[in-house]
Design a binder for this molecule. Structure first.
Ligand code: SF4
Length: 433
């Protein structure tokens, strides 16, 4: 019997429209040896157009590491002329590789349950198209069963805390719920809600969850709930409005751009940025991002060729409720699902995970502003930006490197991360919708 799927408190829809086929073009699909053998046994070599065509390519030199081949036009070798998956069309959903069945769902271990998250790189997820996620209970339970056969998810501990402290799953849920509630306050500007979260996290860093060796002083259970209530109220009282937040320092902007260069990149597929194709291109792009002036290197195919850094630094010419709702939904899904830390984000501790999501949020604002400055309407620019940033969030191992984590630590100092959020949220004019 598989474990229960934990549903999200935030309303999120999804449906595969089936027509975009982006996931069959943009991603490398890794398969296990068993999956490869199963697909080879399906007899594709008898198809006239697949005779002599390699269906898989080896990744690295290790035995058993394979991925599906892509055609020169970027599409998966199994994508037909009508943009349908041939494996699915002939043998059904369950015959496809597990990675294809799972996308864009994310199943994150959460005690005796699986938490259901979503990849916003999928356009349908970002647009909130389709049916509520709760409608996919049977499908996601079947996927969870496969994951349970492959690994012992029950043995995965709750996301860590710094200084070798730990939480149990119930206390982790208490923290996630408190942070999600801060994000869900409709009367407060979203950037201010995000700064409230960083304020609370900053104070939680000083709490002794293990009681400093004395279990009677441990901040757990009811005591943690009370602390979260007090800190949330303090955040509402103490965190200033945007006009009282100083701009980020020049150093903080340089540091932010070094992370930004990872969040807005695409290394594979038809949308691969031209600057990513050679070592020199990557070095040049890194230098340009550190400098932050002139043309923006095309780390992603969606970045316009003539985009300039200055375009992302100016205030948004207008803003509306749909733009807020979109950014809020994305942030809440990432927090409430628990994807922001632990097994969903390269094992980052709870506080670092929140801060890394705050950087991703700021990166989406930066990129959205850039695209908006190049003619894309507000909501479309943000949808595109969230899709690109979320494609890397929790999935690009570069974001877990020592250097990137050091940058995150430096941005935490002097509230620079909070200042960056306010800076890239500046709006010249707010419209009703
Ligand atoms: S196997 Fe099918 S679903 Fe998976 S990438 Fe290829 S065409 Fe798409």
């Amino acid at each position: 019997m598989s474990r229960v799927i934990r549903s999200l408190p935030v309303m999120q829809n999804w449906d595969c429209g089936g027509g975009c086929t982006e996931c069959c073009r943009q991603y490398a699909v890794y398969v296990t040896e068993d999956e490869r053998n199963r697909i080879l046994a399906q007899g594709w070599d008898k198809e006239p157009d697949l005779q002599g065509v390699e269906l898989f390519e080896r990744v690295g030199h290790r035995e058993g590491n394979w991925r599906l081949r892509h055609r020169p036009d970027g599409g998966c070798v199994f994508l037909d002329a009508d943009n349908r998956c041939r494996i699915h069309a002939r043998f059904g959903l369950e015959a496809k590789p597990f990675a294809c069945r799972l996308y864009p769902f994310i199943l994150i271990p959460w005690g005796d349950r699986w938490s259901l998250g979503l990849r916003f790189s999928c356009p349908s997820a970002t647009r909130n198209d389709g049916r509520p996620l709760s409608d996919y209970a049977d499908e996601t339970r079947a996927l969870a069963r496969i994951l349970e056969q492959r690994s012992n998810a029950a043995a995965i501990p709750p996301p860590p805390l710094p200084a070798e402290q730990s939480l149990d799953w119930t206390d982790f849920e208490r923290i996630v719920t408190a942070l999600d509630q801060l994000l869900a306050q409709p009367a407060i500007p979203l950037e201010q809600r995000w700064r409230q979260i960083l304020f609370v996290v900053d104070l939680l860093r000083t709490a002794r969850f293990d009681g400093g060796g004395d279990p009677r002083k441990a901040v757990v259970g009811r005591r943690l709930s009370q602390l979260l209530e007090i800190l949330s109220q303090a955040a509402r009282d103490e965190v200033p409005v945007a006009m009282n937040v100083p701009p980020p320092s020049r150093k903080a902007r340089v540091l932010f751009r070094s992370l930004l260069a990872v969040y807005v990149r695409k290394d594979t597929g038809p949308q691969q940025g031209s600057a990513q194709r050679t070592v020199w291109g990557r070095l040049w792009a890194a230098w340009r991002f550190a400098r932050g002036r002139g043309r923006v290197p095309r780390l992603h195919g969606a970045i316009p060729a003539d985009a300039r850094f200055a375009a992302a630094e100016s205030a948004w010419p207008q803003w509306n409720a749909s733009a807020t709702a979109l950014l809020q939904r994305w942030s809440r899904v990432k927090i409430a699902s628990g994807q922001f830390c632990g097994p969903g984000n390269f094992g980052l501790d709870v506080w670092e995970g929140i801060e890394s999501l705050a950087v991703a949020f700021t990166a989406a604002l930066w990129l959205g502003r850039l695209l908006n400055g190049h003619g894309q309407p507000l909501t479309e620019a943000l949808i595109q930006a969230i899709r690109i940033v979320d494609d890397n969030f929790g999935f690009n191992p570069l974001l877990h490197r020592w250097r990137q984590r050091q940058v995150l630590r430096l941005l935490r100092r002097g509230s620079e991360l909070a200042r960056l959020i306010t800076w890239y949220s500046r709006v010249a004019c707010i419209s009703d919708d």
